[in-house]
Write a protein that binds this ligand. Structure first.
Ligand SMILES: [Zn+2]
Length: 319
């Protein structure tokens, strides 16, 4: 009996210690890695390239509970990370402009965003948890066959793109119709990128897609074709290229950060869980904000891991 009591006490102590360790604020480390999550369809049933609306909502809840906060990819590229101390940036990306990402419903002659589409879920979550943030990049296909052409509601496609841009969401280039850029000569590669941008701009004048997601993750024979160019007066310039896989991305302040080869994590059940567990086990590998966007806080002795060309105006502090 006494033994049982001692065991119960020991177990309670262990659990308390564990919950304390969990609650302890994470030390800032702005050289840690960042998850750039990659979603495809938000629909039914759950499959390799499909996340259900409920599971997507649950992903947001899990991320929030574990101290992750949304930042836009463009802000990450610029090293503009304005998050509270102790939290970790996470980036959401959606490829292929499928209908479940952004759907309008007509009710009594008025349009409303389908609460079961990715945008509806994101907006609702941001209203409930304003401190989670509201940001995502949509890699759209303006010239694909249905249902992947600009979210598959032709009457509303322009309105959707303008609404995304006005709400601070990002629109990214994913080529005109998902061309495998490794298969084509320079002229075709450039035309795919310039024409995709031209279509986006037809709906959102002067909008510049700053990032490119490679269809099938395949680079063109020469990467410079994808970075900048001009076709029939349409000039494109991409500040970053995101891949379809590769794991967590290096910190935007790290020497290893390569905007031309930014890895992403596919947001499917298993991969997402594995990465969140990884960062729970290895908090030292995780980007943790210091709360001050003007300061880059790095662990003591790791200053040499910083990029030589840090964005202007940033001050480095070792902890
Ligand atoms: Zn794609």
């Amino acid at each position: 009996m006494r033994l049982a009591l001692v065991l119960v006490l020991l177990l309670t102590a262990a659990l308390l210690a564990a919950s304390f360790a969990w609650a302890e604020p994470l030390a800032p480390n702005e050289l840690g890695r960042v998850l750039i999550l990659e979603y495809h369809k938000i629909d039914y049933p759950e499959e390799r390239w499909t996340r259900t609306p409920e599971n997507f909502r649950r992903d947001l809840e899990t991320l929030y509970a574990r101290g992750y906060r949304l930042v836009g990819l463009n802000d990450l590229l610029d090293g503009r990370i304005a998050l509270p101390a102790g939290t970790t940036p996470v980036v959401l990306t959606f490829d292929d402009s499928s209908p479940g990402q952004f759907r309008y419903l007509e009710r009594d002659g008025a349009l409303e965003i389908d609460p079961k589409s990715a945008v509806g879920i994101l907006e609702a979550f941001a209203r409930e948890r304003p401190d989670f943030g509201r940001a995502a990049t949509f890699y759209v296909l303006p010239g694909a066959s249905p249902p992947n052409r600009l979210f598959n509601q032709p009457a509303h496609e322009g309105h959707k793109l303008r609404w995304l841009a006005s709400r601070g969401y990002e629109i990214g280039n994913h080529t005109l119709w998902h061309a495998n850029l490794g298969k084509y000569p320079e002229a075709t590669v450039r035309a795919q990128l310039a024409r995709a941008q031209q279509w986006i701009r037809r709906h959102v004048p002067d909008y510049r897609p700053r990032t490119l997601a490679l269809p099938h993750g395949v680079y063109p024979k020469e990467v410079r074709w994808a970075l900048e160019g001009s076709v029939n007066g349409e000039t494109y310039r991409h500040d970053a290229i995101v891949m379809v896989a590769g794991g967590a991305a290096p910190s935007p302040f790290a020497r290893r950060f390569d905007p031309v080869r930014l890895p992403r994590v596919q947001a499917v059940e298993r991969e997402l869980r594995d990465w969140l567990e990884h960062f729970a086990r290895r908090p030292d590998d995780r980007f943790v904000s210091d709360g001050d966007p003007a300061v880059v806080t790095v662990p003591a002795g790791q200053r040499d891991r910083l990029r030589a060309d840090l964005p202007k105006g940033l001050r480095v502090v070792e902890r």
